[in-house]
Structure formats: structure tokens, C-alpha cells
Write a protein that binds this ligand. Structure first.
Ligand SMILES: Nc1ncnc2c1ncn2[C@@H]1O[C@H](COP(=O)(O)OP(=O)(O)O)[C@@H](O)[C@H]1O
Ligand SMILES: [Mg+2]
Length: 303
């Protein structure tokens, strides 16, 4: 097959691993810097060009769109979809995963466990909102943050109110802000499960090394291999499905009332391979081999 990986370039570990495994399995692979692609939107003739030439036909596309390039990246993926190309992650699903509020709404609807979450445009009703979440502290989160940036722990009601005000002040009609129950039982620790085609192919626990409540590896968290319980396994698979993602990095916390899903990432990093010793690249290529022949399934998530 001819496979195109849309990414920031060859230097990235995840991209390297995909190229390596695809080649091993006899495929022709090209890494396309989607930032350098451009699209012509023309009646009945959607084209994508790259470095002055038409991108041409590929049997499968693997989008690895960075969160700070979501709009442009998914526009290019969408254009390729318009041409009838098979993409392992759809532009709609990638977009949806980049909004934590939209994601939580869908996860909750699908019956996936999530931390109690409320959203409000103003702070007038903050006391009522905080009451719904239970005790202080609470988590305040930008709906479009990544790598732990934009996630704040507010210890007191006063702090919660001023943080919420500050967040909204700096982004009128921008990103929504979530107020969330603080999952105290496993603060500083979370679990990342890597799901491919409805199967968990690797899972790790991440622990912050200092007293930070955030366990993101980008924040200096440390990963170790972890085995999921049957319940957790089912929950993360359900979460990926609810988001319409064939490839997903599902973030989960262990709480007293069972597993709670924090978010579902559409371009999960492959660093989990180094932590767990599990190969996540090969299952992706295998998934494509089994599914690329079909046309893209219609997205039926509805939001
Ligand atoms: N409700 C919560 N309770 C306790 N810790 C949380 C909660 N939400 C997030 N965290 C911590 O903050 C980290 C980052 O939050 P997350 O929602 O995954 O945003 P990001 O997209 O920035 O990774 C999580 O990995 C977890 O360690
Ligand atoms: Mg996260």
C-alpha cells in the first residue's frame, strides 16, 4: 500500500516508528508536512498540493496533527477525505477530541465514567456550581489545553472564582472553561491507555515526580507499565468508540467510584513504547491493512 503520514516531519519518534514498521511490512510510506500542504477548493475538484506538486493518491492517510495546528491540519485531512482518501482518523473525530467540553459531553452520553464537571460563562452562580462538585479543591480547566497547561487546582472558593474570571477575561468567546471535581484519591497519577481498533495495545501509569497534581510526561511525569482491570479495559475502549477514534490515547484516573476518563487524545505519542516495551506502531499498520480497502465509515457520533 501507499501510506502517507501527515506530521510535523521525520524527526518525531512516533513518525519514525510508523515509517519503520510500515516499511517492514512492505508498504511505501511518505511523510508529509501538512503545514506545507495547500488546498484548492474548486467545484468537483478538491486538490491538495505539497511543495508545488499535487499530493497524488494514497491508499491510506495517518494524520498526526499537533494540537496547536488543529484547524489547519484537520482542514487538510478534510480536503483529502473530500477526494475519497481513506484516513485512519477522521477530521471530525480529531477536531472533536481537541475540545474537552465537547468530548466530556459525548463520553457522559455514552455512559463512560468522567469526573463531575460543570461549565459556566460567569461567576455569579459559582457557589451553586462548586456545591455540585463537592468539596474544595476543584480543578479548573481550559477546554483546549494540552500537556497539562491550562489545568489549575483551586484550593478555595475565592481562588476558584478569580481563576475562572481571569480565564474568561483573557478569552472572550474563545475557549470554554470547565470546573471539575478534583479526583483526590489518585492525585498526581493517571493512566494512559493506547487504543487501536477497539483494542488496548499498551497502557502505562504516569506519576508526577514533584508535588504537582498533574502527571503529564511533558510536566516531568514518569511512566511505568500498568495492567488495566477488565472494567478499565472496557471503559477506555468505550471512550475511544464514543469519540469515533480508531487510534486513541485515553487518559484515565482511578477513583473510589471506579475509572474516570479525563480526555481522549487523537494523536497520542509513542513514548509509551519506551515505557511499556509494547509496539504500538505495528497494530496501527495492521489496522490500516485490514480497513483501508473500505471507504471511510460515516461519522455517526452526532456532535
Ligand atoms: N479532575 C482531576 N482531578 C485530579 N487531577 C486531574 C484532574 N484533571 C486533570 N488532572 C491532572 O492533570 C493532568 C492534565 O489534565 P488533562 O485533562 O489530561 O489535560 P491535558 O490535555 O493538559 O493533558 C492529568 O493528567 C491529571 O494528572
Ligand atoms: Mg492529558
Amino acid at each position: 500500500m501507499k501510506i502517507a503520514i501527515l506530521s510535523n516531519g521525520n524527526g518525531n519518534y512516533s513518525t519514525k516508528r510508523l515509517v519503520e514498521e510500515a516499511k517492514k511490512r512492505g508498504h511505501e510510506v511518505k511523510v508529509i508536512k501538512y503545514r506545507d500542504c495547500y488546498a484548492s477548493i474548486e467545484q468537483n475538484n478538491p486538490t491538495v498540493s505539497y511543495r508545488g506538486e499535487d499530493l497524488g493518491k494514497y491508499d491510506a492517510i495517518i494524520p498526526r496533527i499537533a494540537s496547536n495546528m488543529t484547524r489547519y491540519g484537520t482542514a487538510i485531512v478534510r480536503q483529502l477525505e473530500m477526494q475519497g482518501a481513506y484516513t485512519v482518523s477522521s477530521s471530525i473525530a480529531i477536531n472533536r477530541s481537541r475540545d474537552k467540553l465537547r468530548s466530556l459531553q459525548l463520553l457522559a452520553k455514552a455512559g463512560v465514567g468522567i469526573p463531575k464537571t460543570v461549565v459556566s460563562r460567569n461567576t455569579t452562580d459559582i457557589d451553586v456550581l462548586l456545591e455540585q462538585l463537592g468539596d474544595m479543591p476543584v480543578i479548573i480547566k481550559l477546554a483546549r489545553g494540552t500537556h497539562g497547561n491550562g489545568v489549575v487546582l483551586a484550593e478555595t472558593k475565592k481562588a476558584a472564582k478569580s481563576v475562572l474570571q481571569a480565564f474568561y477575561l483573557t478569552n472572550e468567546d474563545g475557549t470554554n472553561v470547565l470546573l471539575q471535581e478534583f479526583v483526590r484519591e489518585s492525585a498526581g497519577t493517571d493512566i494512559r491507555a493506547f487504543v487501536v481498533g477497539g483494542r488496548v495495545v499498551a497502557s502505562m501509569q504516569r506519576k508526577s515526580l514533584d508535588d504537582d497534581f498533574r502527571s503529564n510526561l511533558h510536566k516531568g511525569g514518569e511512566g511505568t507499565k500498568v495492567k488495566l482491570t477488565d472494567e478499565e479495559n472496557k471503559m477506555v475502549i468505550k471512550a475511544a468508540k464514543a469519540m469515533g477514534l480508531n487510534i486513541a490515547g485515553v487518559d484515565m484516573m482511578r477513583s473510589a467510584r471506579g475509572p474516570l476518563i479525563l480526555e481522549v487524545n487523537a494523536s497520542p505519542g509513542f513514548g509509551i513504547e519506551k515505557v511499556t516495551g509494547r509496539d504500538v506502531a505495528t497494530p496501527i499498520i495492521e489496522y490500516i491493512e485490514q480497513n483501508a480497502k473500505r471507504s471511510n465509515k460515516k461519522d455517526k457520533i452526532g456532535a
